[in-house]
Design a protein around this ligand. Structure first.
Ligand code: URP
Ligand code: ZN
Ligand code: ZN
Length: 461
């Protein structure tokens, strides 16, 4: 099996040039002008961008939350990812109470077996320490899980206390595993939620009112210092606001190995959606941290340009409005937190990020693909277009336009965060390890094509 992409404008984090790309089996073997090779599949790249397949390091597929589970499974969510030009996702395997991390990983791998349309890895969510947990971090690392996730929010379910976090950070720092953190002060938020409910404030907009920016920046500050005491690198997921970014920037300026991602919803949506006049539909935007005032967006763009924010992930965590979010009618705290997004990261970043000049095209490719591949131990197999890299490729039409809508998207969820938004840029074809998985906008892949990726140590440490 061989594949040739002819005459596309190849854009990576470092290069921007026109050439042909030839792949044999799963791997790129030649890049050059006017290649005279026979290929089983030929894609014409004229007038199109050829980008490395996206790496989305923050997706929740088949993920348990709030008594339910995300509406996208590994199977449906990875098809949606493919449609959006994302060829690798890093999903979450969540430790049950008292469970060994090895069993957590085995459960997740068994669940994904034969299901995925694109390649995938796992972060391990550590919810508690037992005698085995710290040594287990070494063994799951050897199995390709070189990142963990800790929650400083959601007390009573997944939140860990500072002592637990410190011990885990000590071990991850020692063994070169990257510790990802959801930074919000969960205890304070819990008080605010209880107080709001007691005062009769039950509408979904109160989700945002009980999760202030300071709860995020306080936790960000604390986590940075815990990581420093533990001599460990740290990565902040879904950073949403100016103050939290300021904490990251100060730490990076001090030379600390502190990294952050933000998500499209913080760049393109704001807290004006939390209007009680919207009724229960506001629950669509109950995601965590909540959307912030529009003024934060300029700070996030600047963070991305300066590399204080390395990555744009989606935090794809979909729950249907009608039969899942509806659990929180009459009590906003019972609305499962999260929103869909895995399919639209690229057109949003291009159409609403590159076109208006917030990011250069190469920096967009970095945040979409190369930086997450590097940080999460997948580079240069993933995250670039180079001889020897996996043939994970996206042919992207920068001139076509599309309207984002639940009626046309492929995520298994009954609403879009961006309903009716028009964006420039359309994914035409997607190649995953040398196989066409999307051809001219139509999925042509197969469940089980996607393979588990054993990740190495982070390339940015
Ligand atoms: O709202 C979100 N982000 N839900 C998923 C769980 C988490 O906090 O990552
Ligand atoms: Zn989170
Ligand atoms: Zn998340």
């Amino acid at each position: 099996m061989s594949l040739l992409v002819r005459g596309a404008r190849i854009v990576t984090a470092n290069d921007d040039y026109v050439a042909d790309v030839f792949a044999q089996q799963e791997t790129i073997t030649t890049i050059g002008r006017d290649l005279t090779v026979h290929a089983d599949v030929v894609l014409e790249g004229a007038d199109l961008l050829l980008l490395p397949g996206g790496v989305d390091p923050h997706v929740h597929l088949d993920f348990p939350f709030g008594g339910t589970k995300t509406s996208d499974s590994v199977k449906s969510g990875t098809v949606a990812a493919a449609y959006g030009g994302t060829t690798t996702v890093v999903n979450f395997a969540q430790q049950l109470a008292g469970e060994s991390l090895q069993s957590t990983l085995e459960r997740a791998l068994a669940n994904a077996d034969g299901q995925a349309a694109v390649d995938y890895g796992y972060h391990l969510i550590v919810t508690g320490l037992n005698g085995q947990t710290l040594p287990d971090l070494n063994s799951v690392g050897a199995d390709g899980v070189t990142s963990v996730k800790l929650f400083m929010a959601y007390p009573g379910t997944v939140m860990v206390d500072d002592g637990t976090m410190f011990q885990i950070l000590e071990r991850t720092g020692e063994i070169g595993t990257l510790c990802c953190v959801h930074a919000e002060n969960g205890d304070v938020i819990e008080v605010l939620i209880r107080r709001a409910l007691a005062a009769g404030h039950t509408a979904p907009s109160w989700h945002a009112r009980t999760r202030p920016e300071l709860a995020e920046s306080e936790a960000t500050h604390r986590a940075i210092l815990l990581a420093e005491m533990a001599n460990a690198p740290i990565y902040f997921v879904h950073l949403s606001c100016e103050q939290a970014l300021a904490e990251v920037t100060v730490a990076r300026d001090r030379g600390r190995p502190v990294f952050a991602e933000t998500c499209p919803h913080y760049l393109f949506l704001d807290d004006s959606v939390y209007d009680e006049a919207g009724g229960f539909d506001v629950a669509k935007f109950v995601l965590t941290p909540p959307l912030r005032a529009a003024r934060h967006q300029d700070h996030l763009w600047r963070g991305l340009r300066n590399d204080d924010i390395s990555v744009v992930s989606t935090d794809h965590c979909p729950f249907c409005l009608t039969n899942q979010k509806s659990a929180g009618r009459g009590d906003f705290s019972k609305i499962p937190n999260g929103g869909p997004g895995v399919e639209h990261r690229l057109p949003l970043l291009y159409g609403r990020g590159v076109v208006p000049g917030h990011l250069t095209l190469r920096r967009m490719v970095d945040a979409f693909s190369s930086a997450p591949a590097r940080l999460f131990g997948l580079f240069p197999r993933k995250g670039t277009i180079a001889v020897g890299s996996d043939a994970d490729l996206v042919l992207f039409d920068p001139t076509a336009r599309q309207r984002l809508s639940a009626e046309s998207h492929h995520m298994n969820v009954d609403y879009s965060l961006y309903e009716g938004m028009e964006v420039a840029g359309v994914v035409r074809s997607v190649v995953s390890r040398g196989q066409l998985v999307v051809k001219e906008g139509r999925y042509v892949g197969a469940a089980g094509h996607g393979q588990y990726q054993r990740r190495g140590p982070s390339g940015d440490l």
